[in-house]
Design a protein around this ligand. Sequence first.
Ligand code: SF4
Length: 267
Amino acid sequence: MGRASGRGAARRTGGRAQTGAGVDAPGARGQRAALPKPLDARELRAVYDTLMTAYGPQDWWPAAAIDGPERSLEICVGAILVQNTWWSGAEEAIANLRAARLLSCEAMLGLPEDALAELLRPAGYFRTKARKLRTFCGVVMDEHGGDIDPLLAGSMEEVRARLLAIWGVGPETADAMTLYAGGLPTFVVDAYTYRLFERLGRTPGPRKYDVYRDHLMRHVDLDERTLNEWHALIVRHGQQTCRKSQPHCGECPLLDRCAFGKTVVGS
Ligand code: SF4
């Protein structure tokens, strides 16, 4: 599990200029060269297969609860807590909640917001996240009788829209909840996704959540298992190999198709 991007992290991670990919081709002096086409379905499948061969199945989401509503809630809580931070911080905050027997909507709402925030401190932005968790739990309690299953029931589009209507749940968080808690097919885009496609030099377009998601949803296999692994593999690759600074291009399984990596290795 990695660092969820959110708007703040996307800003901090920077744009195309940082990676060196996606700029006009050399030799196009005086005229603007056409940008490379986005990866098509066949190429995306090749990227997926390469990552899967290199890293193997990631079997997300890393929740302690095995199944049922407890697992769904833990995933949703984790998806909020990992916003703009590393998974290790979110994991520590979840452990605090579990140790205090607060991993239920009723219990989180029963605690004063300040006290809840203290338990979330390892996840950063802990006051805002306490408010977001209490808002999420309020929806579960008030609109779904305390049962998280109805919140996650229906088509992917219905569930995603329902989640997006909750304050504190943005597109990346909604997609993580929809895919990993709801088991419904959607692509989770994050800072690692932007970085990978920018460095490959084959972006779907500008660094905008819906631009990336729409392209990927049109060109990858839309089965839940594959989408689960797509996001997890991109995160694994971004953490282990395609690191923000000093990426390990020389040992990267995607080097032969990566514009940025070839300049790094070539130099
Ligand atoms: S070669 Fe691999 S590690 Fe290097 S920038 Fe490209 S994708 Fe990232």
